[in-house]
Design a protein around this ligand. Structure first.
Ligand SMILES: Cc1ncc(C[n+]2csc(CCOP(=O)(O)OP(=O)(O)O)c2C)c(N)n1
Ligand SMILES: [Mg+2]
Length: 329
């Protein structure tokens, strides 16, 4: 793995702060009804992405996840202006405004969605890894899903095949404690989700996912295993989301104190504390990063606001048509 240096900390701070503020902006424009439909935010979980990206080779590795998916493509290299435009439903968006919040996709940067069916992406991630192995590439696919998705049957089928065929895939459960309003301990008799890997003899374990270093180390070990041809790993990222499940969530299932407890170990604050302790940046330099992040968010917002909506005709551009389809007269 690349060394974790002063620059890594500064990059982590800037990136995670940008993702946080980008999504805070989305929350505020959602209330103004400029962004519609569902909106699931990643606030609190950023260390998973920051740490994973540090360990990945972004020239070939792939990622697939669920609907909490706005910042991952940005981390992989996609233009954040295009991601925000997609959320606004504008033609300049990553899917020409036709995907929206739950369906960000960037083939160019190997980000494969953006999936609304809970657990649906688990076998798809195994399939991406199968394609790489079949073609003789040593790329690795990170397949991310929530604690709720870990209870889906598709996980077991994917785990079994991934182990049988030693696929280059890392299964990552982002355990943020809740599936909508249902806490992990109400969905199964055991709460160590990583232990699901044991039944398949898949290397597995828990990770402190409020800290990007711990994530980077765990993902690096898993990536090395996959690249050598030794198959999959299952990691349980112990994390937390600060906001509700989606925007309309009264959050009766948890206390404000619980949220505040997690904010004490916030990943951005943890990284900033190290920067300050080790004198990696002066107060002025930190302030300059904060200002630059604000400017970047404003730039995304302006781009999305100024972009046009798609023409109605676009609806027919992406419909699959087979002229000789046999069953329709
Ligand atoms: C197959 C399926 N069942 C139910 C739903 C409704 N649903 C949407 S999100 C969600 C909770 C999933 O929680 P989790 O996997 O923990 O992800 P998180 O939202 O915490 O990131 C449910 C049940 C769905 N989208 N798909
Ligand atoms: Mg969850």
């Amino acid at each position: 793995m690349k060394k974790i240096t002063k620059q890594t900390y500064l990059d982590w701070y800037k990136d995670m702060l940008f993702w946080r503020k980008f999504e805070d902006k989305l929350a505020s424009v959602y209330i103004q009804q400029k962004v519609r439909g569902f909106l699931h935010l990643y606030n609190g979980q950023e260390a998973i992405l920051a740490g994973a990206l540090h360990a990945m080779d972004l020239s070939k590795d792939k990622m697939i996840t669920a609907y909490r998916n706005h910042v991952q493509p940005i981390g992989m290299g996609e233009d954040p202006k295009k991601v925000m435009a997609e959320l606004y439903g504008k033609v300049t968006g990553t899917s020409k405004g036709m995907g929206g919040s739950m369906h960000i996709f960037s083939k160019e940067f190997r980000f494969y969605g953006g999936h609304g069916i809970v657990g649906g992406q688990i076998p798809l991630g195994a399939g991406l890894a199968f394609a790489d192995k079949y073609k003789g590439s040593d790329a690795v696919t990170l397949t991310c899903f929530g604690d709720g998705a870990a209870r889906q049957g598709s996980l077991h089928e994917a785990f079994n095949m991934a182990m049988l065929w030693k696929l280059p895939v890392i299964f990552i459960v982002e355990n943020n404690g809740y599936a909508m309003g249902t806490s992990v301990d109400r969905t199964a008799n055991h709460t160590d989700i990583w232990k699901l890997g044991l039944g398949y003899e898949m290397p597995c374990g828990p990770v402190d996912a409020m800290n990007p270093i711990k994530v980077a180390e765990a993902v690096d070990e898993a990536i090395q295993r996959a690249r050598r041809g030794d198959g999959p790993t299952f990691l349980e990222m112990k994390t937390y989301r600060y906001r509700g499940h989606s925007m309309s969530d009264a959050q009766h299932y948890r206390t404000k104190d619980e949220v505040e407890e997690y904010k004490k170990i916030d990943p951005i604050t943890q990284v900033l504390d190290v920067i300050k302790e080790k004198n990696y940046a002066t107060e002025e330099e930190i302030d300059a990063i904060n200002k630059e992040v604000k400017r970047m968010v404003r730039e995304c917002e302006k781009f999305a606001e100024d972009s046009p909506y798609p023409e109605p005709q676009q609806l027919y551009d992406m419909v699959y048509e087979q002229k000789d389809y046999p069953f329709i007269s």
